[in-house]
Design a protein around this ligand. Structure first.
Ligand code: A3P
Length: 297
């Protein structure tokens, strides 16, 4: 990665089946669409900034039975490759990386349901979906797009918020993303987890993940995983805080990857008028979906 810094820049977005994705992903879409999932692959899927990294750490710690040293063997993005990530060559793509990972693999994606390679559904792979309330999600994404030098400039907050509402940010509409996975729970092996629930009671939600993965661990190991995946520990852990990624890609002096990790930070960024307009639009978009988020706990 270090040697290939010159290939990175703020990539424009390009539509793939109507979803805006970073240009290198759109240009190498074929191998992603045709990705061959294996039946024992586990997919962690999220809209960007919903708590992906947190869930990745939880899952990895469960699978190594709470062995913290093992979980520190490599940075998150190496342990759990990002399916659709593509940079211009020679940087290996997610698909290329995954070809060399022995089973059982854990894979990260931000793809909306309809763009997930078919082989995941054909093989009845397990999927853990993490969803976060829209207001905190967009604030987190706004700060991320400032420090992530590979996504388009976020521009002013007011316009960014409108782009989010219009589904024009990378990976498309938050509304469609969270609703479609929610609806597909009935048809596929999907565990749907809320970021707010993880904050409220991490042990309870980690236990749900353990049950889903059919892993049993003693209570003291569960407690260790709760500790090890706390915001503060993950912020300081070089294997989870993305400090291994060069600052030409993630400039953490602009905003740290582990930024706040809270529910309700949106209140510090939405004006009252923005919040009201957002809520009205939100209600129209989410009506009748049966999907409810908490914007504070
Ligand atoms: P904030 O920007 O609100 O702080 P993703 O991994 O999907 O990119 O999501 C990143 C968001 O999850 C960031 O939100 C980050 O701080 C938060 N996060 C990461 N690890 C966390 C943890 N252990 N507990 C709470 N939040 C966490």
């Amino acid at each position: 990665l270090q040697e290939s810094q010159d290939v990175f820049h703020r990539f424009p977005l390009q539509l793939v089946h109507g979803i805006p994705l970073m240009e290198p992903i759109a240009q190498q879409w074929g191998p992603i669409e045709n990705f061959q999932a294996r039946p024992d692959d586990l997919l962690i899927s999220t809209y960007p900034k919903a708590g992906t990294t947190w869930m990745q750490e939880i899952v990895d710690l469960i699978l190594v039975q709470g062995d913290v040293e093992k979980a520190c063997r490599a940075p998150t993005h190496i342990r759990i490759p990002f399916l659709e990530i593509c940079s211009p060559p020679p940087v290996p793509s997610g698909v290329q990386q995954l070809a060399n990972v022995p089973s059982p693999r854990v894979i990260k994606t931000h793809l909306p349901f309809q763009l997930v390679p078919k082989s995941f559904w054909e093989n009845r792979c397990k999927v853990i979906y993490v969803a976060r309330n829209a207001k905190d999600n967009v604030v987190s994404y706004y700060f991320f797009d400032q420090m992530n030098k590979t996504q388009p400039e976020p521009g002013p907050w007011e316009l960014y918020l409108q782009m989010f509402m219009d589904g024009k940010l990378a990976w498309g509409s938050w509304y469609d993303h969270v609703c479609r996975y929610w609806a597909e729970r009935a048809n596929h092996c999907i565990l749907y987890v809320f970021y707010e629930d993880m904050k409220e009671d991490p042990a309870r939600e980690i236990r749900r993940v353990m049950d889903f993965l059919e892993v049993e661990l003693p209570p003291q190991v569960l407690e260790k995983i709760v500790q090890q995946t706390s915001f503060q520990i993950m912020k300081e852990n070089p294997m989870t805080n993305y400090s291994s990624v060069p600052s030409t890609i993630f400039d953490q002096t602009v905003s740290p990857f582990m930024r706040k990790g809270q529910v309700g930070d949106w209140k510090n960024h939405f004006t009252v008028a923005q919040s009201e307009a957002f809520d009205a639009h939100y209600q129209r978009r989410m009506e009748g979906t049966g999907l409810h988020f908490r914007t504070q706990i």
